[in-house]
Design a protein around this ligand. Structure first.
Ligand code: SAM
Length: 448
């Protein structure tokens, strides 16, 4: 094994390609890679990824990243400044300190993380929907929930950059400058953090129980950039996970990986719409076991008003809706996955209210709520096995709300096969829509 003294002198400005340069840097910072894996752009699903050079058993450690090589607000060169002024850096996302650290480190020729951050020149590979035009988003992703989520993100980015970041960097011209650290770069770094960062759960502090409410806005996790760990791509059927220990972070194999196969991390149990929104890619919808679709509560209300025959009945629906809005937000949704409803308790409550007779509803209001059905197994009742056994009026509401949701996409794959020669954006949008639509169709079948 090479000792420190025998290690070749590192020259970050050498002619090596960015990957070789990064791997050499890993060596110098004590990031240990198993000889059974390698990083490559060939044979992976997307750009850089990790491949098995040998068979790997469950439990084997693929690499170890020392905590000193992890980049976050406490390890960056500007950590003292971020700490000193942390009260002025508070924001709803909680991301500003890490983003300021990245603005600094990404543009500093002296950065300790330069060989790591130089892997992504101008972030050309990031293609989240936030970089698409509004017309493209609305055209390709209507009904999926993504356009609304992106509009919220863009408004937050603009607000945080203008109100928090810009005043701060103007105050510290020795470290940042608005000409280099522009909102465009800031937005790219937001997408980089979305797609490449890791969250380490933080221990809850017990002693300050009385101040719980004050602490509500505190982020319960630490956001960090973990070199090497973020070279791994994701699939729902992953074969490795990142473990956090006191001194280091370890990527551990969780099921056997054969020589030549790609090593996949998990970014979480994410539906295709979430993958596209946060990471800019989708899995083929059939193989994404975590895929979901949202049915907006308002669609249940619209369906409930469809069948009404009289003004009195209409008034009853309106009263029920008003009451439901006291319990839930108008934008609330019910989430259906590949096994059934994931928000079954809330859905059951809404169906119960919407299907009550006038007498039942007035009794319900007098008692200020419902009594729980102790015997009922809600998750079974709202699983795909259980759905056909629900009562007819509940099934009708679910069926029609699913139909209404499916009609909101209103696009060409309805009629059959997709047109030839789709762009990458069109293909990813199609995976989201087809996945959501296929869950809705299954739901409609089971509630006929
Ligand atoms: N492939 C990345 C690279 O070359 O920088 C490394 C993984 S990085 C943490 C996450 C990004 O990798 C995502 O934003 C997406 O662009 C890509 N990615 C990850 N898993 C993918 C997959 N299953 N299919 C397509 N792209 C994927």
């Amino acid at each position: 094994m090479a000792t420190g003294a025998k290690r070749p002198k590192v020259d970050y400005g050498s002619e090596m390609n960015p990957l070789q340069n990064f791997l050499q840097w890993c060596n110098t910072v004590g990031l240990r890679l198993s000889h059974k894996v390698c990083v490559s752009k060939e044979g992976t699903v997307a750009e850089y990824g990790m491949l098995a050079k040998d068979n790997i058993e469950e439990g084997e450690v693929l690499f170890t990243v020392p905590r000193s090589a992890v980049l976050h607000q406490e390890t960056t060169k500007v950590s003292a400044m971020l700490e000193k002024e942390k009260s002025s850096l508070e924001s709803s996302s909680g991301w500003v300190p890490l983003l300021l650290a990245l603005l600094y480190e990404y543009t500093s020729s002296q950065s300790q993380w330069k060989p790591y951050l130089s892997l992504w020149v101008n972030f050309k590979t990031l293609d989240h929907p936030m970089f698409w035009s509004k017309e493209e988003r609305d055209g390709l992703l209507r009904g999926t929930g993504i356009p609304e989520a992106v509009e919220t993100d863009l408004a937050n980015i603009q607000r945080e950059y203008t109100n928090v970041v810009l005043p701060f960097i103007r105050k510290h011209p020795d470290l940042w400058n608005p000409g280099t650290h522009t909102m465009e770069l800031y937005t790219q770094l937001v997408a980089f953090v979305m797609a490449y960062s890791f969250q380490e759960p933080q221990e809850e502090e017990d002693d300050d129980k009385d101040e719980e409410e004050e602490d509500e806005e505190k982020t319960p996790y630490k956001l960090m950039m973990v070199p090497m760990a973020d070279m791994l791509n994701h699939v729902s059927n992953h074969n490795a996970i990142l473990e956090f220990t006191l001194d280091s972070l370890k990527m551990v194999c969780v099921r056997p990986i054969h020589k030549g196969e790609e090593v996949f991390n998990t970014y979480g149990q994410l539906a295709n719409w979430q993958l596209l929104h946060m990471y800019g890619f989708t899995e083929p919808h059939q193989s994404n076991s975590n895929d979901t679709v949202d049915i907006p509560i308002i669609n249940l209300y619209k369906v409930a008003t469809q069948g009404v025959q009289s003004d009195l009945a209409q008034q009853l629906v309106e009263e029920k809706w008003e009451m439901l809005l006291e319990l839930m937000q108008e934008k609330a949704t019910f989430v259906f996955g590949k096994q059934g409803c994931l928000t079954d308790t809330e859905l059951r409550s809404v169906l119960k209210v919407l299907c009550m007779s006038e007498e039942e509803f007035s009794e319900f209001k007098d008692h200020e709520g419902w009594e729980e059905d102790e015997e009922e197994d809600i998750s079974l009742a709202f699983s795909y096995e259980g759905l056909p056994g629900l009562n007819a009026s509940w099934k009708w509401l679910i069926h029609e709300a699913a139909r209404l949701t499916a009609s909101s996409y209103g696009d060409w794959e309805e009629g059959g096969s997709a047109p030839e020669g789709l762009s990458s954006r069109q293909q990813r949008a199609l995976q989201v829509r087809c996945g959501q639509r296929s869950i809705l169709h299954r739901l409609m079948e089971l509630t006929k």
